[in-house]
Write a protein that binds this ligand. Structure first.
Ligand code: AMP
Length: 410
């Protein structure tokens, strides 16, 4: 019986898992520097958590969620994003007493999209969230954190930060009406795909990659024109501060993001080297969302980054070689070698031993894998409890008593 992986899923191993773990390492390290605590939530949640907050007409809710009824008829969804589960967890566990409350998490998300390069049905995200801060400093902090992280993992890539402001949720509602009317007045210039979105989600027409629609989209009314003076000045502060931190910004008035809960600052880090799925990190403010989910009426800002997309831009990382190899002169010495293997590992050495190899094969593989030492276990070693250690960089061979083995390996 041969069972294939489910379409849009992938296994991680070899070079890929090394890159994956490097990202997790850097995420944890930067989270620590910026004072974000780790929060891991379940992979599935009640469907209600996602439907309304993400938007009943959003692509994710309409077409992409993996939703099913559990045996007790409860409707469950495999999480398609991490912000709402993090808020749910912060509320459920009373984590919103000291504000701002700053959390991060990494894990699998699920969306039934059409698979392509950089787009999977099960993929891994990094999430950073700041709950309870109205201040524009929270926007700067979270964007600067993302910028630092990308610089650390993929330093030589030309990644651009696109930014826009949506103003309040009310602004966005009015804008949708204005946009719907504008596109209705210009129906003849739209593709079938965009026509379908006029009434339900006109904002998504702005993301169209269809060249023939570019002109009509470029000329569409701009959301920024609806922003109040104070919202505009908030946005100006954000841009000014980012520029002062040396973070180059690219203002993008068509950037609206795909989920309903966003307001004010929205941003995306993009690369032009990975094809059409070019957003590495996307996020923004979501004031009002925490209250919608049953929490306090406090603000929030955060982002999500795609681990697989970031991996596309990473160079291969050289594999760490095992410093110490073991070799046996005869297969009846296996038991003795296992004890030595166990002893070395318990003392924090990392050891390579292929118990199928004879001495000759062990030596050649140790040389190939650029090991520093090979320890040879023979009959004599077993009787006297001392070992032959060969230093592979200078070829010197020494017999060492078990009690002096660590000094020698240093
Ligand atoms: P979003 O919640 O759609 O803004 O997604 C945030 C980030 O997650 C994106 O910028 C991507 O890097 C990543 N991402 C989203 N959907 C997928 C997917 N289907 N496959 C791989 N990565 C994804």
């Amino acid at each position: 019986m041969k069972i294939n992986p489910i379409r849009g899923t992938h296994d991680l191993f070899g070079e890929e898992i090394i890159k994956f773990n490097k990202i997790l390492f850097e995420v944890k390290s930067i989270a620590n520097k910026f004072g974000f605590s780790e929060l891991i939530t379940p992979i599935f949640e009640s469907s209600e958590l996602f439907k309304k907050p993400l938007g009943e007409q959003s692509d994710v809710v309409l077409k992409e969620m993996y939703t099913f009824k559990d045996r007790n008829e409860e409707e469950i969804t495999l999480r398609p994003e991490y912000t709402t589960p993090m808020i749910r967890a912060a509320i459920s566990n009373g984590l919103l007493n000291n504000l701002p409350a700053k959390f991060f998490g990494t894990g699998q998300m699920f969306r039934r999209e059409r698979p392509q390069k950089g787009r999977y049905r099960q993929f891994n995200q990094i999430n950073f969230e700041n709950f309870g801060s109205e201040d524009f400093f929270a926007d700067i902090e979270i964007i600067s954190l993302a910028n630092n992280l990308l610089k650390k993992i993929i330093p030589d890539n030309n990644i651009t930060l696109h930014i826009n402001s949506l103003g309040t949720r009310e602004n966005l509602k009015s804008y949708k009406i204005i946009l719907s009317k504008y596109f209705k007045d210009n129906k003849s210039l739209l593709s079938k795909e965009s026509l379908d979105k006029i009434n339900t989600n006109p904002l998504r027409i702005l993301d169209s990659k269809n060249i023939e629609e570019k002109e009509i989209i470029d000329k569409s009314p701009k959301l920024i024109e609806l922003l109040s003076k104070s919202d505009l000045s908030f946005y100006e502060e954000v841009k000014k501060c980012l520029t002062e931190l040396g973070i180059k910004i690219c203002e993008d008035q068509t950037l609206v993001r795909g989920l309903d809960y966003y307001c004010h600052t929205v941003f995306e880090f993009k690369s032009d080297l990975i094809g059409s799925q070019d957003t590495l990190i996307g996020g923004g403010r979501y004031n009002g969302l925490i209250k919608t989910l049953g929490g306090k009426d406090i603000a929030g800002v955060g982002w999500a980054g795609g681990i697989e997309r970031i991996m596309l831009l990473m160079k291969n990382i050289p594999k760490e070689n095992k410093d110490i190899h073991l070799a046996i002169l005869d297969s009846n010495l296996k038991m003795h070698a296992i004890k030595l293997y166990d002893y070395l590992i318990k003392n924090n050495y990392s050891v390579y031993w292929n118990y199928k190899y004879n001495l000759k094969k062990s030596l050649s593989s140790a040389n190939e894998m650029k090991a520093n030492f090979i320890i040879i276990v023979g009959e004599n070693e077993k009787i006297n409890n001392n070992y032959t250690i060969k230093n592979l960089s200078n070829g010197k061979q020494t017999i060492v008593d078990i009690n002096n083995i660590f000094d020698h390996l240093k």
